[in-house]
Design a protein around this ligand. Sequence first.
Ligand code: SF4
Length: 766
Amino acid sequence: MSEWKKTQCSLCVLSCGMEMEIEDDKIINVRPDASSPRSHGYCCRKGRSVKRFQNNSDRLDYPLKRVGDHFERITWKQAFKEISEKANKILEEHGPRSCALVGGATPGSQAEMVFARSMMDAIGSQYQYNAIGIEFCGNWWSHGKIFGDQMHYLEPDDHNSEVLVFWGSNSYVAGQILNARTVIRSASQDPNRKVIVIDPRLSETARIADMHIMLKAGTDSLLLRAMIALIIKNGWQNQSYIDKYVKDYNVVKQWFENIDIEESIRVCGLSYKQVEEFCRILSTKKWGVHQDLGMFMGRHNTLNCYLLLTLAVITGVALMPGGCIVNDCVVSRGNNSDENDPKVWRTVETNKFPILGTYPSAVLAQEILSEKSERLRMIFCTASNPIRSYPDTNAMEKALRKLDLLVTVDVTMTETARISDYVLPVKSTYETYDFNAFQMNYPEVVAQIKHPVITKQIGERKEGGQIWIEMTKALGRMPHIPDSLDKAARRAVKENDYIIFLKSFIPYAVKNIKQANLFTLIIGDVLGKYIGSPAKAIYWAAMITSPISGSGMVERAGIKVKGKHPIMEKIPKIKDICVMDSAYQTVISKPEGAVIGMVDPDTMIDRHIHHKDKKIHLYCDEINDYIKRITPEKEEEDLNKNNEFPMVLSLGKHSDYGVNLEMRNPATYKHRKPYKAEMHPDDAEKLGIKEGQEVKIITKGGTIKIPVELTWRTSPGYVLVPHHFGIEFNGKKIGEGANYLSTCEDIDEITGNPLLRHISCRIEKI
Ligand code: SF4
């Protein structure tokens, strides 16, 4: 007898609400959840095949240890004992800088990550690498500089913007927006709204846009500099917004003087008339912008993001309803990283700094391959496959094999797991409680905790948080937990009143404040034991300390304190915690998720300018130096100087075929052939290449073989290759990993974010 259960899709950050039909503890069917306050019954083609992620013949069931060239099954006890002995020996000899955490930030494993991060705090290492360090470094760093906060970033007010701009973003296929296709189509069909796309390719989103600005690949920063110059020259800036909110406009204005606007637009491959019209629209309408990997991983990617935010500020749409808003986080994704704080580590070999606690992934291999004594020597890798997803596969393979200890925690035998010393099996997001820290709705604030839809214990898989708690204990780095805390946790769960636990935890926390970084492990262990899941316990702790606590948003959604602890509920700060405790109880009782907050648009700008003077800061030294080099002459010269590799390669073309590193089973895209490079017919003709023919793509990093698809949708000289191939499933491999073509050196000069969407290449006929 089957049963439908509510959960979320785990394949992208949108985490659409899903219902799954479960029979004999297997997912046999999935459908979008119409009752989801997050996605309201939407899901994409990828999401519909998510059962292949769970029911997968390559799933791991038991801890494994590498012995020679094969793995042997071991017990958890042996795994923790051996790993901790080896890890402690490395730490004693080389200190905490020898250790890094790699992974997390995947939609399917966010709860686990909180504990892994805490274990690193127990070890004393600041090093964490994950997907954020491939995509968001430039964008989040820019937000930190301009608004004083790296965590809250601008998104368009999708339903209310008069103009929706997609810059380097193909959201119609790539998602990024809840109910993406419905939202984009409805905006493009509305005569009072416009969709504008800036992309060197006629993407699926561009095809239904009102205006497509098909710029030359890699000229985004030049175009943005020219556009801002044109707006200021015409006096189209929003002066009243600038006067009220911006600290240093008159200084920054000089960045946009003395640039030849017409010549810049010509180098971008565009017509002056079209760009002028685009500027006029942005200066007169409420607009919001989705940017994606074309910007985040493009040439000058940090500057791209910085200038796009500058454009939003000078046209007066930043932090404004109908313009660019902030989706308030329910749970914190981390703290601002100040690279000028001497306590914040720099990487040893490449001198890179973290952004929101995460180091740029592109430098990981160099940090291991370094000859310096403080180099990385051991890695705890979780829910991540750096050997496929990080730049420069050749360097990454060499680096990971050089480590003294590589421990991988994953649901399946990935390429990285295959070369690890120990491989530990984790429960999937469908076998345990989990949550997604990315809140995507506006103005509603929606929270959801994923309940396990499969309850049977399969093999010896453990919940991720449990693995890291036990690893910390095995390392001998777990603080002593007093009996009083244990008793309070037991009583709190028995009486379903977690404020009882809080009463006991507050004095403990005050006394042990120096160990605050380890409170996650303590709460996950002691409360998780009685609640049945460290993830469920930590979600409560994350919610009661939520960034939205005390903002009035929760009360606006009608959530009130329960009245069980009248004295505590009168103390202002504690009252906020009690309100969030009520919000948690609401969420836990609704597996489809719940609206637990309502943004007050009128206070958004005050809440999200985090600089002490409550002003937007447009000036920073790094950009001041950089922007002067973005001239039409210099850009034209740089873009045309590579005779050996004259074409531009974009790695990671999005498709809706369900291709994804978490979806290793090729049955997901049966009857389709997504492993192909997209190329312009004029380029193919010059090289004598025919449709479907296999070619060699060659970069300074390496070579792959791939069939081509000829299409007028791309620009001449611009080639696109999909990610997520070169994966072995059931002993068979399809295609080659795109990151054999990228290198560690092709990174942004400020943040180290890779330039995966702009790699010089050439194509050869085979
Ligand atoms: S957009 Fe698709 S892949 Fe992303 S969460 Fe929704 S259903 Fe899953």
